[in-house]
Structure formats: structure tokens, C-alpha cells
Ligand binder design. Structure first.
Ligand code: GLN
Length: 308
């Protein structure tokens, strides 16, 4: 890393430059509740492994984390199942959109990776089979990471997505037809919609993701979420699959493992250094935050530090 970095000054500078950019992105209006969010929202928070918290803009305001939750549900399922998990879901980039059905028929209902909706539905099925109360366990994991107790679901968002969830309903039933969903699809979908509807701020997301930069251990509590080997693999899957058919582009531009959501959030992790979360609700055509990607690209360029 070489030079000492003033992250607060860098975040302020990037925030000010990018906030005023013309943003060609669109809100994720296919989920009605998400189309109510103000398009001007923009925040970023970086938390270093030694606990320093930096932030700019709307970094303390909660928003719908959507597919970022797929990272934490995967952590939990991997912790419980170990390597057996990979008989249910693969670890290859798909090159498809997040809600694609395309590869499932040729691949016998085994989703390409756990960050596609199909893969995340299988992970929800695993959690339902293994845990008495998977919703609560997920909230506990996040609250422990953040040192809070009030991270929870936005039920209006969960219900809104359920009301238009035709594609996810189709995916879940289709995978079940191949025998790769054990529970009733209604229960799997209910868990999936709730996990997508968790509300967190950038500061909370950065804090909750720090274990991924710290060999699987939550720095604050020293609680182990994943083994060192599992943490390596979680970061590897983020690097190759975290942005669907834009995963190569994110890797190319930013050079950090990351995960996006259609609420406009992105988290990225620099192992041994920091976790960062950005939020700006306008999405590019691949469903990833336009300003969020821009900010992360400029951060790793200015600091001359990425994992590569
Ligand atoms: N809840 C969203 C969906 O299933 C999640 C997609 C995303 O954030 N990429 O469509």
C-alpha cells in the first residue's frame, strides 16, 4: 500500500465529483416499492480493519439491500454445510442477467452460482432445511456484525416484490422440478423476498462485511463467521459472479470483490484493508448502480490499491 491515505478526504472528493454527474441510470421500478426511492440519494462509507469509519453523503440512511443479502445468506449456508453446499449450486460465472432461467434446463436445475436469483433460492432452501428460524439467524448475523439490534426487513418491500414475483416464482418451481428444492416453493420464496427486503445503511453494510476482509472473523466481537478457506472462496465468488453479466467489467474497472443489489447498493471488500459500501439507486442496464460503480472505480484508481 505504501503511502498513508486520507480516506475521508478521498471519499469527500469523490462524492462531490460524482454526485453532480449526469446519471443515465434508472430505478428498479419492476419492484413497485423501490420506485418510490428518491433518485438523488447517494452515500458511501468505508470502514478500515482497524475500525476507522469514514462516510460521505447519505451514508447513514437505510435502503433496501436486495441482492447484497445473497452474500450473507451464502456465508451462513457455507458455514453450516461446508463443501457439501457445492453439490446444490455451482461456482461459475453465468454471463447472464440475475433473473435468467436460461442455463437451468441444460444444467439439470443446478444454478451456475449462488448470486443469481436461482442460486440464492437454492441457498434459501438450504437455510430452511437446516435452521429453525432462518430469518432471525440472518438478522442476528447482520446485527452482530454491526453491533446493533434493529436491522430488520422492510415488509412493504417484501410484499411488493412478492406481488410481482412471477419470474422468481417460476425459477423456484422450475428448480423444484429437478429435485434441487426440498421445501415448499412458497416458503423458499417467502424467505428469499424477506432477505432481499432487509434495510441497511452504507455504514452498516460496510461494517457487516468486514469479516470478509478479516479472514472470516467479525473484528469487533472476534466471532468467526467463516473459515479462512471459506472466506477466500466467498471473495472469489464475489470477484467472478457478484455483478452478473457485468462481473468482468466490475473486476476490470474496480479490482475488488464485490456484490450489488437492485436497491442501488454495492459492497466491496479489500481483504486485510477495508470494506466499503456505496448507494445510489439509479441502475445501469445490467442492474448495477451507475454512480456506485463509478465511485469504486475512481477510489481504487486514486489510491492505486486493489487486489491486483
Ligand atoms: N429482489 C430482487 C429480485 O429478485 C433482487 C435482484 C437484485 O438485487 N439483483 O429481482
Amino acid at each position: 500500500m505504501g503511502k498513508a491515505l486520507d480516506y475521508q478526504q478521498i471519499l469527500d472528493q469523490l462524492y462531490n465529483e460524482i454526485a453532480v454527474l449526469d446519471d443515465p441510470g434508472e430505478l428498479a421500478s419492476y419492484i413497485p416499492e423501490l420506485s418510490k426511492v428518491s433518485t438523488d440519494k447517494f452515500g458511501v462509507s468505508l470502514i478500515s480493519l482497524n475500525g476507522e469509519i469514514y462516510g460521505a453523503g447519505d451514508y447513514q440512511e437505510r435502503f433496501s439491500i436486495q441482492s447484497i443479502s445473497k452474500l450473507y445468506s451464502l456465508s451462513l449456508a457455507y458455514n453450516i454445510c461446508g463443501e457439501d453446499l457445492w453439490s446444490r449450486v455451482d461456482v461459475e460465472p453465468s454471463g447472464t442477467s440475475f433473473n435468467s432461467l436460461l442455463q437451468l434446463e441444460a444444467e439439470n436445475g443446478i444454478p451456475r452460482n449462488p448470486f443469481l436469483n436461482s442460486g440464492a433460492l437454492v441457498i434459501c432452501d438450504v437455510l430452511l432445511s437446516k435452521l429453525d428460524n432462518p430469518k432471525q439467524e440472518m438478522l442476528d448475523l447482520l446485527n452482530q456484525g454491526v453491533g446493533s439490534s434493529d436491522i430488520t426487513f422492510d415488509t412493504a418491500v417484501a410484499n411488493s416484490e412478492k406481488s410481482v414475483g412471477w419470474r422468481n416464482i417460476a425459477l423456484c418451481n422450475y428448480i423444484k422440478s429437478y429435485g434441487n428444492i426440498d421445501n415448499h416453493p412458497d416458503d423458499v420464496l417467502d424467505l428469499y423476498f424477506h432477505l432481499c427486503a432487509i434495510s441497511m445503511s452504507c455504514r452498516e453494510l460496510a461494517q457487516a462485511s468486514l469479516y470478509l476482509a478479516n479472514n472470516g472473523i467479525i473484528p469487533e466481537t472476534q466471532q468467526r463467521v467463516n473459515t479462512i478457506s471459506q472466506t477466500k472462496r466467498l471473495n472469489a465468488i464475489m470477484q467472478t459472479c457478484g455483478f452478473y453479466d457485468e462481473s468482468g467489467e466490475f473486476s476490470f474497472r474496480v479490482g475488488l470483490p464485490g456484490k450489488s443489489g437492485v436497491g442501488g447498493g454495492i459492497i466491496a471488500v479489500f481483504p486485510t484493508q477495508y470494506a466499503i459500501a456505496v448507494w445510489s439507486p439509479r441502475l445501469n442496464e445490467k442492474g448495477n448502480s451507475f454512480k456506485g460503480m463509478n465511485l469504486l472505480e475512481q477510489l481504487t484508481t486514486i489510491t492505486e490499491a486493489s487486489i491486483f
